[in-house]
Design a protein around this ligand. Sequence first.
Ligand SMILES: [Zn+2]
Length: 377
Amino acid sequence: MYNIIVTDSRIQTNSSESRGAGQSVSDERGRFEDLLRVEYREGLYLPDIDLWLDADGPREHSVISHGHSDHIAQHRSIVATPETARIFRHRCGEARVETLQYGERRDYGHYALTFYPAGHCLGSAQVLVEAQGERLVYTGDIKLRPNVAAEDAVIVPCDTLVMESTFGDPLYKFPPDVVTFERLYVAVDRALSDDRVPVVLAYALGKGQEALEILLRGGYRVTLHGSVWNISEIYRELGVEFSGPYEKYNREHVRGRVLIAPPGCRKQPMITNIERRYIIMLTGWAMHKSAPYMYRNVDLILPLSDHADFDELVHLARASGAERVITMHGPAKFAAHLRERGLNAEHLAHHPSNKESETKKRSTKKASTTVERSLFN
Ligand SMILES: [Zn+2]
């Protein structure tokens, strides 16, 4: 169903027995002593090789998985795909940039890096780190279903999988994207025939271009908020061919068009001044029963996400063949779901070595829930 990278170079560093359900991760800790230490210190950090991945704050050097604001900072030097490097420059200005194409392996002496597509937004990468005879994959944000505006994700065999788990709850099982596209088309048609302006809320990088491509394929005239326009132009500069022309927002020319704008704009005059509007939010959080309260002033919430849903996450963990799975950016109980399925999984926040930094992080960012954070991507 999904592409899997086949490799002969996988190095087994541990027994491949799966742990039975019900055993705690700490019982297994001894087995993992010879594996790379993985810590969360305001970003993912591998202390054994002094490597930062998506560091939260400015660092001398960090690998960047993709260009969303919660994965980048004003680093002095970065390693990224050419696409992410371009978006990084647009968002953060100049930095020393080293680019790696997908599948290109680069040796740094005590470790080597290779990027693979993550299907989350253009240029988004999973990072394979090979060090001390171990293959560690950090997924960054990942979507396994095909993304109409990004490269198709692959599953990379590894010993240790550090995976995002944003939607790591069985509640989040998304309907097929084509079903959601159809619901979007029906809603847009109804709004247009009622002489209303359909406003589709999707953040500027990734979801905005997915929404744009879906709407262009549906034959609609589309106008873009400046931030979505800027990133869409970068996509075109990087070789993406959208299925039709699109316009930059002009308040004199909104009727008869679909407007795509970031979710944070929905209370701003640009949208509130549109007298007859119909607001559609595209988000995986649509599956949550409190979604209507999370997204007030929205007429329709559709479950289109650029993240993997629960079943995809479980599939990813299994198909990677990883002997150690470390979850992050999602509910801690997702690791328990994986353990119930016989995988050696632990949630990074529960790791003893980073408990302190996690507590500190939670207290400083208490107000920013996962949902709100996703609004600013
Ligand atoms: Zn992201």
